[in-house]
Design a protein around this ligand. Structure first.
Ligand code: PMP
Ligand code: GLU
Length: 397
């Protein structure tokens, strides 16, 4: 008899990964799909990082490592945090896992008890809500629509806090909206959190280097909350290393120890070879970051200007990451032949079916009425995808 746990039954499947899979299946059938669904840099990993991995194999870095990662890697991360972000985390406070995804889930599982409330500003990346559900925590969403550039205000945050609030999760630059909180906006949120000492802040800073102008400040650099802020980061986005699966949390020591214990029973260390590659990423030349950042900024300008030419799409100007999150409610209720668009999910399927462009339904990010486009693809793909989207949307009457 099939028997699946309630825990897993209650989880939603990852919509970003599902849409990307669907697009790969259509491509395998010979259909020319442009995939704007999954968010990952389209650049190959820089050569000096790949060389470090090859050398790691030849030098026999092939054994289990410390659960939290090689001391040399944790030292390199500690140095990065101090020099780039101005924050102090000793190597013992850093636990390296299989991507920022595992790092996030580790911290949630280590810090959240059943019934603890976790505040998640929405639109929010697909996995946050599901991870809190895994820990049997209670998700409290705080919605920030496009009219407020997808950023919550201190008043909204204050109103969401209760005595049961244990964590606030903040992602800036944001997936899926590309919004970036300015230092002044962060200060406003910090002032609220400072009044509630039971709250841990989890700052997902994985897109820190894909940032087009706004001055960035790490949440852990605010002295009022520094001793209860966890930074989540990794090499996937900054160094085009999504497949290597290296990310980390930098946390208060008591929490880092708990995460270490959890990971030790659960997955042990992440790949020793990938760790050596990540170490080369952090200690080698940083020029690759700026080259990729410039390409993303050019593409951001392109996708925004093309989207603004499409009647009915409402777009903001994303200040970071590589996503555009247009509001599409103007198309809901419209039809093309027998196909009626009843939701943003229907619209994403319609665009896949008719325009052969894969996007993700905003519902997956707790934001129905929007769709997400990842523009981490070539300029030519962006132009062709936007041409197809414009044509398909014009056919909805
Ligand atoms: N946080 C955010 C906001 C993301 O977009 C991603 C990308 N999937 C991750 C965390 C996880 O990244 P990874 O596991 O590849 O390091
Ligand atoms: N961060 C990417 C995205 O949101 C990767 C896919 C995932 O892990 O969800 O599309």
């Amino acid at each position: 008899m099939e028997h699946i746990s309630d825990r897993v039954n209650s989880l939603a499947a990852s919509a970003t990964l599902a849409m990307s899979q669907k697009s790969a299946e259509l491509k395998a059938q010979g259909i020319d799909v442009i995939n704007l669904s999954v968010g990952e840099p389209d650049f190959p990993t820089p050569a000096h990082i790949k060389d470090a991995a090859k050398k790691a194999i030849d030098d026999n870095f092939t054994f289990y490592t410390a659960v939290a990662g090689y001391p040399s890697l944790r030292k390199a991360i500690s140095t990065k945090l101090e020099t780039e972000n101005g924050v102090k985390f000793a190597p013992e406070q850093i636990v390296v896992g299989n991507g920022a995804k595992q790092a996030l889930c580790n911290v949630i599982l280590a810090a959240i008890n059943p019934g603890d409330e976790v505040i998640i500003p929405t639109p929010a990346w697909v996995s946050y809500v599901e991870m809190v559900k895994l820990a049997e925590g209670k998700v409290v969403t705080v919605n920030a629509p496009i009219e407020q550039d997808f950023k919550i205000t201190p008043t909204q945050l204050e109103a969401a806090i209760t005595p049961a609030t244990r964590m606030v999760l903040l992602c800036s630059p944001s997936n899926p909206t590309g919004s970036v909180y300015s230092p002044t906006e962060l200060q406003g949120l910090v002032d609220v959190i400072a009044k509630h000492p039971q709250i841990i802040v989890m700052a997902d800073e994985i897109y820190e280097h894909i940032n087009f102008g706004e001055e960035l400040r790490s949440l852990a650099s605010f002295p009022e909350i520094a001793d209860r802020t966890v930074i989540i980061n990794g090499v996937s986005k900054a160094y085009a290393m999504t497949g290597w699966r290296i990310g980390y949390c930098a946390a208060p020591l008591w929490l880092a120890k708990a995460v270490n214990k959890l990971q030790g029973q659960y997955s042990s260390n992440p790949s020793s070879i990938a760790q050596k590659a990540a170490e080369a990423a952090y200690t080698g030349s940083q020029d690759c970051i700026e080259e990729m950042r410039r390409a993303f900024e050019r593409r951001r300008n392109l996708v925004v200007s093309l989207a603004r030419e499409i009647p009915g799409l409402k777009v903001n100007e994303p200040k970071g990451a590589f996503y555009l999150f247009p509001e599409v409610s103007a198309f809901i209720g419209r039809k093309c032949g027998d196909t009626e668009i009843k939701s943003s999910g229907d619209l994403a399927l319609y665009l896949l079916d008719k325009a052969h462009v894969a996007t993700v339904d905003g519902d997956a990010f707790c934001a129905p009425g929007y769709i997400r486009l990842s523009y981490a693809t070539s300029d030519d793909n962006i132009r062709e995808a936007m041409r197809r989207i414009k044509e398909a949307l014009a056919n909805l009457k």
